[in-house]
Design a protein around this ligand. Structure first.
Ligand code: ZN
Ligand code: ZN
Length: 393
């Protein structure tokens, strides 16, 4: 692979990433990270707007020539995980860690701004670029709030791109797919109300644990029997709580879980099907139950034309062999879907797995670390994608 960025830029990418890594901040508390971004933009002389969705920062960079507006997003938030790595840039905030690589994303977008200072005309031949430093990707819905605050309309965004360093893909590869890349993310809570009593005299009780067991089994039948087998869908009951004593039937049982799918139809129809099953089973056992169903993220769906710009960028920079579809799609979720629901775009993955550097742990693991050689690749692929799009639109 040819040298992608200057040594100076590579050093900057790593320095920023390691600094942010040491001072991680969780959702909507990215105050110092946002401050770092703002100081960087100020030094470069770029205007910005801050405090969007609490800690979000956006910066519009205009070529002065008419053209389209491209949004490029980096997420800034860390996770409530205690870091177990022993590296020199280990988290200094106990119990908080950049265990997903968002430190790398912020560093890439900051370095993108630095690159603009030296290569402005070649990077933005016409039109405008909106740099979006977003808070709270990890379940806080930062993207939804930024969209609700109207940044897409205000800055007349035509298209949106985002990347993620990805430890399930080898360093040097870039994961790009058309259509869905991430699933929708829904959360549910089912409460079953029974009637407590002695464990040896069940005839006087309504056992919410037995009802829950039937509900859990039947919920899986939504996936296997109510949904088109060609539509991916997952339901997981991840938590069940009820009772304290071995010899008593408790009053209530509470189950929590998640539903994931790529399909809008499935996403829309699932809650009703769940309610019917929960109500029907509970009634048949003489219990009562309620379902609280919360839709968090829509599926993240790539526009094929936009994905083509990313593919072309990778071909120009690294070569066709670097493009992969293997291990790209998953039933994980992303709030970038909030942008892609409104404008076309593409979300792609920069391979960052490297067993020789011990960068093998999955995202959200307390020993997660990614190969920092992914940073210049991410920066260059994003630069080239934006350039190609602006040049050809
Ligand atoms: Zn994550
Ligand atoms: Zn992430």
């Amino acid at each position: 692979m040819k040298q992608l960025v200057s040594e100076e830029r590579k050093k900057e990418l790593v320095e920023i990433r390691r600094y942010i890594h040491q001072y991680p901040e969780i959702e909507f508390q990215e105050i110092k990270t946002a401050q770092l971004v703002m100081e960087h933009l100020e030094r470069l002389g770029y205007p910005y707007e801050n405090k969007i969705a609490k800690t979000g920062v956006v910066s519009l960079i205009d070529s002065g020539k008419p053209g389209k507006t491209v949004l490029v997003r980096a997420d800034m938030d860390a996770l409530p995980i205690h870091e177990e790595n022993d590296c020199e840039y280990r988290s200094k905030h106990n119990g908080i860690m950049h265990a997903c690589g968002h430190d790398g994303h912020t560093s890439i977008l900051m370095a993108y701004a630095s690159e603009l200072k030296t290569n402005f005309a070649s990077m933005i031949p016409k039109g405008r670029v909106l740099l979006v430093f977003q808070p709270a990707e990890e379940g806080g819905g930062g993207a939804q709030i930024m969209v609700q605050k109207g940044i897409l309309e205000k800055y007349k965004v035509d298209v949106a791109f985002a990347l993620h360093v990805w430890n399930h893909i080898d360093i040097g590869k870039v994961g790009i797919v058309n259509g869905p890349i991430w699933a929708s993310v829904d959360q549910f809570k089912i409460t079953v109300h029974g009637k407590s009593g002695h464990g040896a005299l069940p005839q006087h009780s309504v056992d919410p644990i037995l009802v829950s067991a039937h509900i859990i089994t039947a919920l899986q039948s939504i996936v296997s029997r109510s949904i088109d087998p060609l539509e991916p869908c997952v339901i997981t009951v991840g938590s069940i709580n009820s009772g304290n004593a071995f010899n008593a039937i408790p009053d209530n049982a509470v189950m929590r879980g998640t539903v994931r799918t790529y399909s809008k139809e499935v996403h829309n129809s699932f809650p009703k099907r769940m309610e019917k099953i929960v109500e029907g089973i509970s009634e048949s056992f003489g219990a009562k139950a309620e379902v609280d169903y919360l839709k968090i993220d829509k599926p993240t769906i790539n526009n094929p034309n936009c994905a083509d710009f990313v593919r072309q960028a990778v071909r120009n920079l690294i070569g066709e062999d670097a493009i992969t579809e293997k291990d790209v799609r998953s039933m994980g979720g992303e709030d970038f879907s909030a942008f892609l629901e409104k404008v076309p775009g593409c979300y792609f993955l920069i391979g960052s797995r490297n067993p020789f550097k011990n960068c093998v742990y999955p995202h959200h693991h307390s020993k997660f670390d990614f190969d920092e050689d992914a940073l210049p690749i991410g920066l260059e692929v994003m630069k080239e994608t934006v350039r190609l799009y602006l040049e050809q639109n």
